[in-house]
Write a protein that binds this ligand. Structure first.
Ligand code: 3PG
Length: 402
């Protein structure tokens, strides 16, 4: 696809759509991963002599100027990560943005204010797209994690400028394509999290693509209960039992092996350091909740994953934010990391909770690829075409899902 490989951009104004939507707590940025992952593209463009104009949304101000959602502090953090000064303009379109762009010299970097301060961004207003495009000669999209949004800065603007994929976009698309479109087989997926209902499209899309599907987290409780297993007071969705049974049947028909927990860590109350009981899955006490998978499950899954060549991971195995219910996810994460390090497994993970779980387990850097995307990663796994990617023309070489 059209990358920045051959891009001649000395003296050119490059509008770089980044995802500067970093996590913030009490006004402080809690994780710089998205900024770190952006630096190769910015450095490469700046080294080639481009005038780099970084544009992004931040949080959800819904078309108004919410001061706490300004990108100014994120611009400063980006300067720190880059080790390179970064200018800032207090608007992303209009006179202020235009003046800041005109003042830019070759190799300099400018961050524009939050695109979502303008209602035209989320409405994908053609006027907003034109105004953004008028600032630049070339468009580079490095925001895979915002590519599921058909907004002015992710989709509309690509109609007005020569559009290219940045290095991070390229890395995300390559990793996901190798994991799901052209995986080395056997390929498996871990799908965890709380609700089957939020992952139905995802399961539907990957059933026909993977050889093994591991279902974990509270989602697994619904599958167990649907088969008549007593799950006590565990979180589950009684309304999804028919769906769960039909997924199990479809999987059988399509030759996809589904693995569910064979034992569970249970407690009568859900709180940190609660007293726990580990039981076979058929012996969950009626007054208890399943809050993590047990050691037998970890061993079974570990040995099954050991025979895979590719693994896609979305969603934790238990309530990992509340120890001791992090043990199952941690142990599985460490197994996946060691198989990856041994070179027998390509492991690709993504989605907000999954990334926190891997970080919690201390294996973030040990996976083959960890996506920076939350919603966009999910939509990709659901087989949806992402508008921000569709808008990048000439995607030859990447076989996109449906
Ligand atoms: C994300 O954090 O997943 C992206 O930045 C998209 O943010 P949004 O869900 O507010 O569109």
């Amino acid at each position: 696809f059209r990358t920045i490989d051959q891009l001649e951009c000395r003296g050119k104004r490059v509008l770089l759509r980044a995802d500067l939507n970093v996590p913030v707590k009490d006004g402080r940025i809690t994780d710089l991963t998205r900024l770190d992952r952006l630096t190769p593209t910015i450095r490469e463009l700046a080294d080639k002599g481009a005038r780099v104009i970084v544009v992004s949304h931040f949080d959800r101000p819904k078309g108004v100027r919410v001061p706490s959602m300004s990108l100014a502090p994120v611009g400063e953090a980006l300067a720190g990560v880059l080790g390179h000064p970064v200018h800032f303009a207090a608007d992303c379109i209009g006179p202020e943005a235009e003046a800041a762009v005109s003042a830019l010299k070759d190799g300099e970097v400018l961050v524009l204010e939050n695109t979502r301060y303008h209602p035209g961004e989320e409405a994908n207003d053609p006027e907003m797209a034109r105004a953004l495009a008028s600032l630049a000669d070339i468009y580079v999209n490095d925001a895979f994690s915002a590519a599921h949004r058909a907004h002015a800065s992710t989709e509309g603007v690509a109609r007005h400028l020569p559009a290219h994929a940045g290095r991070l976009m390229q890395a995300e698309l390559t990793a996901l394509t190798l994991a799901l479109e052209h995986p080395e087989r056997p390929v498996g997926a871990i799908v965890g999290g709380a609700k089957v209902s939020t992952k139905l499209d995802l399961i539907g899309n990957i059933l026909g693509r993977v050889d093994v599907l591991i279902i974990g987290g509270a989602m697994a409780n619904t599958f167990l209960a649907a088969q008549g297993v007593e799950v006590g007071r565990s979180l589950q969705e009684p309304g999804m039992h028919d769906t769960a049974r039909s997924i199990l049947e479809q999987a059988k028909a399509r030759g996809c092996e589904i693995l569910l927990p064979v034992d569970a860590v249970t407690a009568t109350e859900f709180k940190a350091n609660a007293a726990t009981r580990t039981v076979p899955i058929a012996e969950v006490p009626v007054d208890s909740m399943i809050l993590d998978c047990g050691p037998e499950t970890v061993a079974l899954l570990g040995s099954r994953i050991g025979s895979l060549r590719t693994l896609v991971w979305n969603g934790p195995m238990g309530a990992f934010e509340t120890p001791p219910f992090d043990a199952g996810t941690n142990a599985l994460a460490r197994m996946v990391a060691s198989l990856t390090e041994a070179g027998t497994l390509r492991s690709v993970a993504g989605g907000g909770d999954t990334v926190s779980a891997l970080r919690h387990a201390g294996v973030m850097g040990k996976m083959s690829y960890v996506s920076t995307a939350g919603g966009a990663f999910l939509e990709w796994l659901e087989g949806k075409m992402l508008p921000g990617i569709q808008a990048l023309d000439a995607l030859a070489g990447i076989v996109l899902p449906r």
